[in-house]
Design a protein around this ligand. Sequence first.
Ligand code: PLP
Length: 476
Amino acid sequence: MHPDYDHLQQAAKDHLWMHFTRHSTYDHADVPVIVRGEGPYIWDAHGKRYLDGLSGLFVSQLGHGRTELVDAAAKQARELAFMPLWSYAHPTAIELAERIAGYAPGDLNRVFFTSGGGEAVETAWKLAKNYFKLTGKPTKHKVISRAIAYHGTTQGALSITGLPTMKEPFEPLVPSTFRVPNTNFYRAGGGFVASRSGDTHGTAEHGALDAARSLEAFGQWAANRIAEAIEFEGPETVAAVFLEPVQNSGGCFPPPPGYFQRVREICDEYDVLLVSDEVICAFGRLGHMFGAERYGYQPDIITCAKGLTSGYSPLGAMIATDRLMAPFLEGPSSFAHGYTFGGHPVSTAVAMANLDIFEDEKINEHVRDTEGAFRATLEKLSDLPIVGDVRGDGYFYGIELVKDKATKETFNDEESEKLLRGFLSRALFDEGLYCRADDRGDPVVQLAPPLICDQQHFDEIEQILRVVLDKAYSLI
Ligand code: PLP
């Protein structure tokens, strides 16, 4: 037990305003207080251990307690604790910008640091608008994004976000953003889902082939909705499309094969910037430095944060092409935008040390080598009646829960409330797994463990989920 436990509890309830938190939950329960971490595990104030199945919040790529990152932070703070990037630079920001530019695909070559992901998204939208104003297309300002996608909470990023209930309390938000369908193949309907068992076409092989073709056709259909939205809004008004490589919110929707290639064509055709929002998907989450690399497409801008430092210090970045920076390199022009803590020296030093470990310990290779085992372990849960779909890539998965597997019937609001908030989140935690039960789309359990995990941790996740999901089904 933490020596100051009772005081911490009271002070948390009296003074700490937690993010996205229903505080009444803690009227008659203790606030969970996490006091330390080691590797992929965290411990609460009672000394109980949990597997960090969400890497905090898709952040702790290398897990907890990495002394190299701690030492890098201390060394930098001792040497130069702070200097903004407002007309001045400091060595680790320069080195990190060069390094990120080296990793980034194609001609993505210019790195603008922020304090986190939402600021990177804001920065990307502002750059898109400003760029077109400076290059003779001043009416291009609108953004297309996908239904249920989350892109942050600041008013611009929230406007781009595709979750109406999250936006409603803060309307009116920044105008000029428009939604298109996401790539939720499980719920695609419309004749896209072919028989996986082959029962309509004679053989299982044919069925699988049809399913693959159908997935591809669905991807083309979804991508073409972007062209349609651009046409509808007027290409001369649309500046950018914001897409995650794998959409998190809604429960991990990987892109169908060919989806991003078609989106790239559309963006080229209409001179619209393709922004790959990789706040979650970059830095190993999908086994590559960037998700765009995994799925073979070339964005005009990447936004990233989270795993860049493995959470040992906050940092985000917008990475843009030389073409997008060119208008800002001439005469008196400048990008009139910045953040006091964007590119904080301690964070950039930590990011350098983090990326050193990525190289030394071959973290991306490890994810690529073991992701098949992670998937196979999670797919074992498909025998449970409540598990409708297991989807994702790399170390990034969503398990969709359904009331009826055969019909894919989902839970109504009341059931979802009872299941997710009333039972699942707490029960998983009580069984020793920190992860998230989320109902921003259909109900899902989200998993994104630290990238150092292996089979032993996958098994632990599966075993805890099996027990808790079984119990959950008996409650409905
Ligand atoms: N974009 C995406 C895709 C995200 O997942 C998130 C956060 O989870 C953000 C933006 C916002 O990042 P932050 O919370 O660091 O502002």
